[in-house]
Write a protein that binds this ligand. Structure first.
Ligand SMILES: O=C[C@H](O)COP(=O)(O)O
Length: 249
């Protein structure tokens, strides 16, 4: 069975609540589609107004991060129950910016992934290599390691519903997209890795996105690759261009 595409915007630390609600109004008519799942992953403070603004549309709302504890003395953190109660369906976990600036590790990513599943949230699990790692020729080994740790103790049934976002760090916000061959090579390797950890059915079901300077001009070619099931889009998700990316065909 063909996998359904999933195209998610990652707004990062952009948009005040007022701006966020206005952006949804602009994008709503542009991202209508029957063909793909559309997700807006937004800053925590924007979740409530964005969920409200997306009511009655095809747009699901995601968070950009969450903590792996249920509640308590964790100043500044957001719990999985807070997200589900607010109407969130997806959560980005282990984005390279969280790994770089907020010291997230493969192990904390795994704890968050397990907690997301426990609460019925779909994790969008990020992995990717730096330019130096790519030049050292260790990309595939590194990605396999990131994926294997992220999925520790995750059941096959849970894994089937997960989303993995392959984002080469050197392509994020740089305007330098991976070539379709580079993106497909890694996404295929991720699928093979899931097949080794679980089985063929799980590998066939899991959805793998590419992220890194996706735009209206390159989306169609990237998303046409066998193992690329959509995109995690940063900069271009804040513009009308996101409508073109969602309707890339
Ligand atoms: O999560 C999204 C990625 O970091 C890609 O960002 P970008 O599209 O601005 O390169």
């Amino acid at each position: 069975m063909a996998r359904r595409k999933i195209i998610a915007g990652n707004w990062k630390m952009n948009m005040t609540p007022t701006e966020a609600a206005a952006l949804v109004e602009t994008l709503k008519p542009l991202v209508k589609t029957e063909e793909a799942d559309v997700v807006f992953c937004v800053p925590a403070i924007d979740i409530i107004p964005v969920v409200k603004a997306c009511e009655g549309t095809n747009i699901a709302v995601g968070a950009e991060n969450m903590y792996f504890e249920e509640k308590g003395a964790f100043t500044g953190e957001i719990s999985p129950s807070m997200l589900t109660d607010a109407g969130v369906k997806y959560v980005i976990i282990g984005h390279s910016e969280r790994r770089e600036y907020f010291a997230e590790t493969d192990e904390t990513v795994n704890k968050k992934v397990l907690k997301a599943f426990e609460h019925g949230l779909t994790p969008i699990i990020c992995c990717g290599e730096t330019l130096t790692q790519r030049e050292q020729g260790i990309t595939l080994d590194l990605i396999r390691k990131q994926v294997k740790i992220a999925f520790q103790n995750v059941t096959a049934d849970q894994a089937k519903t997960a989303v993995i976002a392959y984002e080469p760090i050197w392509a994020i916000g740089t305007g330098k997209t991976a070539t379709t061959e580079q993106a497909e090579e890694v996404c295929a390797a991720i699928r093979a890795c899931i097949g080794e950890v679980y089985d063929e059915a799980t590998a066939e079901a899991i959805r793998i996105q590419y992220g890194g300077s996706v735009n209206a001009g390159n989306a169609a070619e990237l998303f046409a690759q066998k193992d690329i099931d959509g995109g995690l889009v940063g900069g271009a998700s804040l513009k009308a261009d996101f409508g073109k990316i969602v309707n890339y065909k």
